[in-house]
Design a protein around this ligand. Structure first.
Ligand code: PHE
Length: 449
């Protein structure tokens, strides 16, 4: 417990790490396809509203608790509690977050492994190694296991190096390249024939869907997943932020950057799908639903890149590099959650904690790979639609009800002396107390009814 805690070296470092965590497969793949299958701009609209009225305040709860406690979620929530019983609930929420995030990592690493495999396949195409490229793009348990394994090694390599020399350094290197690749790809795809149809699918709302409980649940799950909420990731990143920083402002920047990448990714994926359709590639399944699951990334888009000839190989390389970068800056933030607990609370060395927990998550991934049909969807839905919002509910309760109000206000003031004249000060404390928990409950109740 005596180990010195890590801290981000600058505001830029924190922003890159936190947006690195937030921006991931959830933005570039999950958001656009969710939007396309849920009424286009109706989903976009619901999502943007939820991001501001629910996800941003929930993000702030985690950042503020984290920076105040300078500890992992288990110890932080325990420390806010006023009675032993509540302290036990707090620790329980922290543990549930650790288990949830480890499960998220276990399915995330499988998809990320596909992204790496396809990236290597494009390199093999450039080198004209046809059989290697075929193996890399053919689904199979061995390939999945090998590339999920490689993805874990990269994640472990970065997290072992610590907060500054690992997470911050690599996020600061990778995130700017992610933005650059994304913009280049969008500009390119929008110039192709057929792209406008995809834009229409994305931007023209089917408002009859706005009140659909399933749409609202998906948008809420998407918002929580996208901002890495409920599992203690943002809490632990908040705990590495210096007391001189203005938290409401930097939390706002993270939210806006995360949302903008999701919205931008829609401008890439949906036009690409309609271009594919114009070229005779099937983008609707036999039931007439848009192909949005794994097949989108592993068959629809690759088929499109194939048709583009030699140039398509470079587009494919850029696209799968983009996906791999997005995935890696998120996976390191997932692994950091249990690692920080074992380092701070159990006195395990960082290296040992990272390797042990990495191997544990990898074992769960292998279990899923070998029982894919049975487990994959189930784990995704359990963690993202159920656990994350539910745990977010508890974080709001701890920030709004359990934590001493004066201590909470004092923490908000740190690094932001004139906060009392702003909106955040007037609205957020009661908002996190009443509105956030109620919205989450309302979504669940509506679904049950
Ligand atoms: N926010 C990440 C994404 O959009 C996923 C994530 C979830 C990261 C939970 C950390 C914790 O892909």
């Amino acid at each position: 417990m005596s180990t010195a805690r890590g801290e981000f070296s600058s505001r830029f470092g924190f922003l890159m790490a936190a947006t690195g965590s937030a921006v991931g497969l959830g933005n570039i793949w999950g958001f656009p396809t969710n939007a396309a299958s849920n009424g286009g701009a109706a989903f976009l609209f619901t999502y943007i509203i939820l991001a501001f009225v629910l996800a941003y305040p929930a993000l702030m709860a985690e950042l503020i608790i984290g920076r105040h406690a300078k500890a992992n979620a288990v110890n932080a929530l325990r420390g806010l509690s006023t009675s032993p019983a509540i302290a036990r609930v707090g620790a329980g929420v922290g543990f549930a977050g650790m288990i949830t995030v480890t499960l998220i990592l276990s399915f995330y690493a499988i998809i990320s492994g596909w992204m790496l495999a396809y990236m290597f396949a494009s390199m093999a195409d450039i080198a004209r190694l046809e059989s290697a490229s075929n193996w890399l793009t053919q689904s199979g348990t061995t390939r999945d296991a090998v590339f999920a394994g490689i993805f874990y090694l990269l994640t472990i390599y970065i997290v072992v190096a610590g907060v500054r020399n690992g997470i911050e350094k690599w996020s600061s290197r990778l995130m700017p390249s992610l933005y650059l690749i994304l913009i280049i790809l969008i500009v390119y795809v929008l110039t192709l024939d057929g792209a406008m149809e995809g834009l229409r699918m994305y931007l023209v709302p089917d408002f009859s869907r706005v009140a659909d409980p399933q749409l609202i649940l998906s948008a809420m799950g998407q918002a929580f997943f996208s901002l890495s909420l409920g599992v203690g990731t943002m809490l632990i990143y908040g705990s590495y932020v210096s007391k001189q920083e203005n938290l409401p402002a930097i939390g706002g920047m993270v939210t806006v950057m995360d949302m903008s990448v999701a919205v931008l990714a829609g401008l890439l994926i949906l036009p690409a799908m309609s271009v594919a359709q114009l070229n005779g590639i099937q983008i609707y399944d036999d039931q007439g639903a848009l192909i949005a699951g794994p097949a989108l990334i592993t068959s629809v888009l690759p088929a499109l890149f194939d048709q583009m000839g030699d140039g398509g190989i470079l587009v494919a390389l850029a696209f799968f590099a983009l996906m791999s970068i997005a995935a890696l800056t998120s996976s390191i933030s997932m692994l950091e959650v249990p690692v920080s607990y074992f380092v701070e609370d159990q006195g395990v060395s960082r290296r040992k904690a990272v390797i042990l927990l990495g191997v544990l998550a990898a074992s769960v991934s292998m279990l899923i790979i070998w029982n894919f049909g049975l487990l994959f969807d189930w784990v995704v839905r359990l963690t993202t639609e159920f656990s994350q919002p539910l745990l977010g509910f508890f974080f709001a309760i701890f920030a709004g009800w359990v934590w001493n109000r004066n201590a909470l206000l004092a923490e908000i003031k740190q690094g932001h002396a004139d906060v009392e004249s702003g909106l955040f000060w007037r609205i957020w404390p009661w908002y996190i107390k009443f509105v956030c928990p109620l919205i989450i409950l309302a979504v669940y109740i509506q679904l049950i009814i």
